[in-house]
Design a binder for this molecule. Structure first.
Ligand code: URA
Length: 227
C-alpha cells in the first residue's frame, strides 16, 4: 500500500498531516528517509515516524447484508449509503469489494484491505459470485447453454465469461458469474429478451451470506483467508 495510506491507516493522522510529515523527512522506511508519499510499503517493513516505529493496524473484513434501497457509494441523493448502517470507528477507511445496485439485496463484503479486494473483484482471479434472480418471463430453454457460452452485452465487444445457470423455477434461477461488469446480471438477461425483477447476491467465493444476519458481522479468519 502507499506510504501515506499506511500512515493514515495505522495512526490517527489525517492524510494532509501524513503528507507533511513525509515531505519533511520525518518518516523512515527500512532505514531510509522516504519523501515520496506514493512509495509502496508492506506491513512487514520497519516504518518509523520521528524515530518511533509505527505498528500496523489490523485490517477489517466485514460481511454485510444489504437491504433494498441503499447504495454502495458514500453519498447519493436518492438513497442512504449502507455505510450509514455500520456504526464503527474509522468507517471512512472502509470500501466495498464489489458493489450492488440500489435495488439489489444480499451479500456485500467490506474491508480496508485493497489487496484483498483485488482477489474478489479482478476478473482474472475468477472469484465466483452467485445471485438469486427473479425473472419477468419464464427462463428460455436454451438459457443454460447460452450463459455458459458467453453473452453479448449491448455496447460491449467481448462476450461475458462463461456463467453457470441453475433453474429453480421457471421464473427463478441461480446465476454464478466471475466478472463484475456494470449492471452485468440485469444486462445478461436483457440480452436474452428477459427482465430481472429481483436480484439477491447469496455468495462470493467460499463465503455465503448468513441467512439470519440482520445487518453485519466480522468475517472469520478462515473466511478472510479463503480469497
Ligand atoms: N448485476 C447487476 O445487474 N446488478 C447488481 O447489483 C449486481 C450484479
Amino acid at each position: 500500500m502507499r506510504l501515506d495510506r499506511f500512515i493514515c491507516k495505522s495512526t490517527s493522522l489525517t492524510q494532509p498531516e501524513a503528507l507533511t510529515r513525509i515531505a519533511s523527512g520525518r518518516v523512515i522506511v527500512n532505514g531510509d528517509v522516504v519523501r515520496n508519499n506514493a512509495k509502496q510499503v508492506h506491513e512487514n517493513n520497519l516504518i518509523t515516524l520521528d524515530g518511533a516505529p509505527i505498528t500496523p493496524r489490523a485490517s477489517r473484513y466485514i460481511m454485510f447484508h444489504k437491504p433494498v434501497d441503499t447504495v454502495c457509494s458514500n453519498v447519493d441523493d436518492a438513497y442512504p449509503s449502507l455505510f450509514n448502517l455500520i456504526d464503527i470507528e474509522r468507517a471512512g477507511d472502509l470500501h466495498i469489494a464489489g458493489r450492488l445496485d440500489a435495488d439489489t439485496t444480499g451479500l456485500v463484503l467490506i474491508t480496508d484491505d485493497g489487496r484483498w479486494t483485488f482477489h474478489i473483484t479482478s476478473p482474472k482471479t475468477l472469484c465466483e459470485k452467485t445471485y438469486r434472480v427473479g425473472l419477468r418471463d419464464p427462463i428460455a430453454e436454451d438459457a443454460v447453454l447460452r450463459f455458459s457460452q458467453g453473452i453479448q452485452l449491448q455496447g460491449e465487444t467481448a462476450l461475458t465469461a462463461p456463467a453457470k445457470l441453475e433453474i429453480i423455477h421457471a421464473k427463478e434461477v441461480l446465476l454464478t458469474i466471475t466478472e463484475g461488469r456494470f449492471h452485468q446480471v440485469k444486462r445478461m438477461f436483457a440480452a436474452t429478451g428477459n427482465k430481472v425483477k429481483s436480484l439477491h447476491r447469496e455468495r462470493i467465493g467460499a463465503v455465503n451470506l448468513d441467512i439470519d444476519l440482520a445487518q453485519w458481522r466480522y468475517l472469520t479468519p478462515s473466511e478472510v483467508l479463503s480469497f
